[in-house]
Unconditional design. Sequence first.
Length: 275
Amino acid sequence: MSDTQKATKEVAPKKEAGVPMQMDLESLSGQGTENITSRDTRLPLLKILYSNSPVLDEDDGKYNDKAKQGDIYNEITASLYKAKEGVFAVPCHYNNTFNEWQDRGDSLGRPVAIHTDPTIMTQTTKGDDGKDRLPNGNYIEDTGNHFVQLLNENYEPIENALVPMKSTQKKKSKLWNSMIISRKIKGKNGLFVPPSWSQVYRLKATKESNSQNSWYGWLIEFDSVLDPTKSLDALQTSKAFYESCKKQDIFSKVAFEEEGKANIKQVSDKEATPF
């Protein structure tokens, strides 16, 4: 027997009579992804589907025959969550940005720039269409960005995403933030506000309207605070996502549009367009 044959015989898993060979995938976790870094991944947007969503267009490659207007959709993983049932979301990180957009038709499909200084709004005037427009013609959207970890019904981590709330939904963003910071639980030293990444909310979609239009908006319901003894995996995953969002330029990873489009330019208050 050759040395190669001997080595093969030594490493080959033993097969008992009548028992199929098995492979422990858990022990091989991560193989094949060694060279994938944060630069090689994209953070999906979690959106409510509207009538013009590609997912609802039978002629579009993204069409999903199970989706309906008002359902909640992850554009990267194609995960679909029904409007009434919703999905569990852990709010891991939040920031408020002022996203600069070109008009539809000229737009790259993603913001021209993401401003972080609210004084950018002092440079805008209200257009005939009700949008806050800069001197260059672009418009600004005051956006609440909620970076979330999604969980299944057993509080097991599924995927992470960004939930942007703007326009009519900005008040929902403020409501959610108020719910988060006002939540208190009892600890050994009295009441305290638990980390946002330990709080679970159910995100649903509901129909809203005014005198002129109707649309679907977010419905946010508090569910629970994760139990460290029962949901350690979820807590560790959510905390890791929180730390990741704080450390890196998270917006450069957001999947605002298909690959090949221009990257987002981060704009500081000093770089903002002057009067």
